[in-house]
Design a binder for this molecule. Structure first.
Ligand SMILES: [Zn+2]
Length: 312
């Protein structure tokens, strides 16, 4: 599932290439036809992410709320700006269409030469790929939405209510200290395991399975510890760590959590998924700190990776 950093990057991509322009909005597949008709022809005025949800603001106050869920993604065509200096513009953000091992992290795909937009052979706009839920297009850029969990048009009040239901997100909070105190309170008042509370989008918003496992390892915290047994300063530390990791993920597009790497090691790890994580996806492999095999367990239906020796 796309985690918070990816959705913030999607929001940024819309700010770069779509905000300020009138959009042609349609639903190639038809399931979003009514919503598309409400938005078609309106100017996009803003683009923001909170946690794993994207909110696109249109003239007249209407808001498009999109949650990619496990399988959703945006495919981008035409004039698309690179999000990271020195790297190619992206062709896709979100869940990959096919399972593939590549240098990109968090389900991003660089543009193939064929969808570069400058190629004279390709028609523009391109025909929708597969059964797209929605298409948002300027006269130069196209974003196709496929497979989202949620795609709906809201009035300003409903949009504000949707944001209010979400937990705190360090990339959107203005007062990080106050937000951290609130998060520490929410993490330490319940008996639910801390590993589950980190995934609860009404506590902190944007953390998915990879960030969860990695944050708990970085804190050397047993994921099964009941929240109310976690010291307040440790809970507060989780928020501070999330703020650092999220900012880095938004910048690079990659979930790279290893603080033990020097500059060269970090540069290598950005291009090699097997070097990016402490425990996530490493079941049976030796812990990078103590050598104990990393274990994978089920927690509330999701895989949880941890080192049984370091995280006690
Ligand atoms: Zn260990």
């Amino acid at each position: 599932m796309p985690e918070g950093h990816t959705v913030h990057r999607v929001a940024r991509q819309f700010r770069r290439d779509f905000v300020g322009r009138p959009l042609a909005v349609s639903s190639p597949q038809g399931r979003f036809a009514q919503g598309a008709a409400l938005l078609d022809g309106r100017r996009l005025t803003g683009s923001r992410a909170v946690g794993k949800q994207l909110f696109l603001d249109f003239d007249g106050g209407l808001v498009l709320r999109v949650h990619l869920g496990l399988y959703g993604a945006w495919d981008l065509f035409g004039q698309i700006s690179p999000l990271t200096e020195g790297m190619a513009a992206l062709g896709s953000m979100g869940a990959p269409r096919l399972r593939r091992a590549g240098r990109m992290g968090g389900g991003e795909r660089e543009r193939a030469a064929a969808d570069g937009g400058s190629g004279a052979d390709e028609p523009f706009p391109p025909p929708p790929v597969g059964q797209g839920r929605g298409r948002l297009a300027t006269d130069a850029s196209v974003a196709d939405l496929r497979g989202p969990t949620a795609c709906e048009v809201l009035d300003p009040e409903s949009a504000a209510a949707a944001v209010a239901r979400l937990g705190l997100d360090p990339a959107t909070e203005e007062d990080l200290d106050a937000a951290g105190a609130e998060v520490a309170r929410r993490l330490t008042r319940r008996a639910v395991p801390i590993g589950q509370l980190l995934m609860d989008q009404s506590v902190m918003a944007g953390i998915g399975n990879i960030y969860r496992a990695e944050m708990l390892f970085r804190a050397r915290l047993d994921p099964w510890t009941p929240g109310r047994q976690v010291p307040v300063e440790v809970a507060r530390g989780l928020w501070d760590d999330w703020a650092v990791l999220l900012a880095d993920g938004i910048r690079t597009g990659v979930i790279l959590t290893r603080e033990d790497l020097d500059e060269a090691g970090r540069a290598r790890a950005l291009g090699d998924r097997s070097e990016q994580h402490w425990v996530y996806g490493r079941a049976g492999l030796p812990c990078r700190v103590c050598g104990t095999p990393v274990v994978v367990e089920d927690m509330a239906g999701r895989k949880l990776y941890r080192c049984p020796a370091c995280q006690r």
